[in-house]
Design a protein around this ligand. Structure first.
Ligand code: FES
Length: 154
């Protein structure tokens, strides 16, 4: 009789130990599933910058007058503007105040930052608002009816 009780107690202890082991593994898995994305968010992988010096944007005739669009020059946003006279200009698309993406306002023919109302002329010079510096210029070249944007001024 005593052997049966010990055997049941041993079985109970083994079962309890096994359940505690499963709970521990489950808890560790749950904790890892929470911590892994948080750590990955806090320490993102380094992405190499694409080292491009010139970007083919497209056909000149496809870009309307008095318009602006953000294009990606590698990972750098560039604001490509075609003014009302048809002249192309390309400016760094990030506001010099707090790094918001700027946009072209066709009704006023200027570059505007929606974050704090900063504005620039189409050459990137400051007009109003908090931005402390002008926007960097990019070169625009036309070859065989195709538009290219390059680093540096034209
Ligand atoms: S971020 Fe552009 S005006 Fe503040």
């Amino acid at each position: 009789m005593a052997t049966t009780v010990n055997s049941e107690q041993g079985s109970s202890v083994n079962r309890r130990g096994f359940l505690n082991f499963l709970l521990g593994i489950t808890g560790l898995g749950w904790l890892a599933s929470i911590l892994y994305p948080v750590l990955k968010y806090l320490n993102p992988p380094e992405l190499p910058e694409a080292n491009i010096s010139s970007l083919k944007v497209g056909k000149v005739d496809d870009i309307p007058y008095n318009s602006g669009q953000i294009i990606k020059f590698g990972r750098t946003p560039v604001l490509l503007i075609r003014d009302s006279e048809g002249t192309f200009k390309a400016l760094h698309g990030v506001c010099t105040h707090l790094d918001c993406i700027v946009q072209y306002k066709p009704d006023k023919e200027l570059v505007w930052c929606a974050c704090h109302g900063g504005s620039y002329d189409t050459d990137g010079n400051n007009l109003s608002g908090p931005p402390p510096r002008p926007l960097e210029k990019f070169a625009v070249n036309i070859r065989d009816g195709e538009l290219y944007v390059a680093k540096g001024e034209a």
